[in-house]
Design a protein around this ligand. Structure first.
Ligand code: MN
Length: 284
């Protein structure tokens, strides 16, 4: 039959055959401004099916990537604990099969869910406009606006580098300095991207890596379909350049989050492309 699988990149491999597993986590209970990232996994899959299978720039055949799509975690909106348990279980099961999880959000708390399943300590590299280092946001310690803080409690602030930041409160910046959380401001990408790439390479050198891409790291002029758009972002080209650290690294897992497809029709395409780009550079 001439039918199209509704999976990421139209892939039909089983988990046993795969090197990478796409896991949707459509959870957006704590979004603080615009909502709708629960629709992200479906929209990113839809866009992924229409991207060309060959990456001209990298000279890499994306069809050589052994990707399985396990579907979406059945989340419980409003119930952080139950959702965290289910999402971590899914990621753990994928890891136990020797497969690299690629989580599609959903809000940025999905990084914390995935980290609960990663037993080994990885070097975390988080692309995000926001530092997300609040103790809590309006009383919610598990708000997406506190996601890096919770992650740091789990894996150690020194194991995290946040790249592309241009939004943080004074309290967050003070806490980051106290805890030894490193970040690269978006302005550093604009002034000297080679230096920004060098700092990323230094952070991950010789270590296993977890990559988190909050799509709001990209300038909202280019990626408007996110929950918390923040002016002054990096470009798609900057992000691709910054992914060079993946070549020669060992990727433990990755996620892509905060896309809200109700605000535009393009950001989902950028998201799918960025994930394929990261994999092409990693495996190229
Ligand atoms: Mn963000």
């Amino acid at each position: 039959m001439h039918t199209v699988p509704q999976t990421f990149g139209r892939r039909e491999l089983t988990l046993d055959e795969a090197e990478f597993a796409v896991i949707g986590i459509p959870y957006d209970s704590s979004e603080s401004y615009r909502t709708g990232s629960r629709l992200g996994p479906g929209a990113i899959r839809e866009a992924s099916r229409d991207l060309e299978d060959y990456d001209m720039e990298e000279g890499f055949d994306l069809l050589s990537l052994r990707i399985c799509d396990v579907g979406d975690v059945e989340v419980s909106q409003g119930d952080f604990d139950e959702t965290a348990k289910r999402a971590a279980e899914a990621v753990r099961e994928v890891l136990e099969r020797g497969v690299t999880p690629l989580c599609l959000g959903g809000e940025h708390t999905i990084t914390y869910f995935a980290a609960r399943a990663l037993e080994k300590k990885a070097a975390y590299i988080i692309f995000d406009a926001h530092l997300d280092y609040r103790e809590d946001y309006i009383g919610n310690r598990f708000s997406h606006a506190a996601s890096t803080r919770r992650l740091a409690e789990l894996v150690g602030a020194g194991n995290i580098l946040v790249a592309g930041v241009r939004s943080a409160s004074k309290e967050e910046l003070d806490a980051a300095e106290k805890d030894g959380l490193r970040y690269i401001a978006a302005s550093q990408f604009h002034e000297d991207i080679e230096e920004a790439c060098r700092q990323i390479a230094e952070h991950v050198e010789g270590r296993e890596v977890y990559l988190s891409i909050d799509l709001d790291v990209v300038d909202p002029g280019e990626a408007p379909g996110v929950c918390n758009p923040e002016p002054g972002g990096i470009s798609y080209r900057d992000a691709v350049k910054a992914f060079r650290f993946l070549r020669g690294s060992r990727l433990l897992g990755a996620d892509l989050c905060e896309v809200s497809p109700v605000y535009d029709l393009y950001t989902r395409v950028l998201a799918a492309k960025l994930l394929f780009k990261a994999l092409a550079i990693y495996r190229g």
